[in-house]
Design a protein around this ligand. Sequence first.
Ligand code: MN
Ligand code: MN
Length: 299
Amino acid sequence: MGSDGRQKNHAGELSSYLSLRKIADAHFSYEDSRYVIFGVPFDQTSSFRKGSSLAPDAVRVAYDNLESYDSFYDIDFGEVPICDLGNLYVNEDPGEVVDSVKRVTEIIRSDNKVPIMIGGEHSITGGAIRSFKDCSMIIIDAHSDFRNEYMGSKFNHACITHRALEELGEGKIFSFGTRSISREEYEDKDFGKVKFIRAESILTVGIEKSLEEAKLPKDSKYYFSIDMDGIDPAYAPAVGTPEPYGIKDSDVRTLVRKFSKKTIGFDILEFSPLFDNGNTAVLAAKLIQDFIGSREKKN
Ligand code: MN
Ligand code: MN
């Protein structure tokens, strides 16, 4: 109450002290933005180590540590039209969460903006890909994620590549860093419809040569999905299902840079802050900058 007995409007002053956490460089409104960041704090189907529900805010905190200006891209991220919508409301039903993700990405895409989704577990990519049918897909992942169903659900994180194949079709999906495939997946009649580029061959011949051999369509748009466990645990230790002998963080950066201008949707998933030494969070934050920076770079 003010001294005259009337209620004062303190909202303006309070907002100068308090805010919902968002990516530090996200200064634009939804209407004025070109990149729309949102978090999906969902890890309900994680089969080994949970905690990826905490990732969106952990990435935002880590991002605070990065410079806004990047001399390689010659870009100040604070001047790029980025907005951060906060986190999706989630319940425990993976089907409903996937439906919400589909609707949110569909709206963002229909407004000609690029969604950047911070998971959460890999199952949520299934929602995004349902609204991105007319594109190819690049996945970074240690696992083939090619089960048709896992632990009673088709929406499990171990099924995402199978779901994507149903939406996009044969010859459209390229998964880099593969090194864990179950016999059931390997013997699936549709396994060959996805191009899996094994971590071991990338480590042997290098990312450039691997990319050449994979023959990705040149005139296609791409959805880009990074399961952080595709990267070696030395660089990204805090993931739901760690797997040794992964690819280098800089290999992923190379792929992000090469395809960013053709990428119409981007996500980064399976990071579990409960197991981090800080490296995974800042790498996830940096990959978001690399995506936006290389996409915006003039050349
Ligand atoms: Mn995955
Ligand atoms: Mn994985």
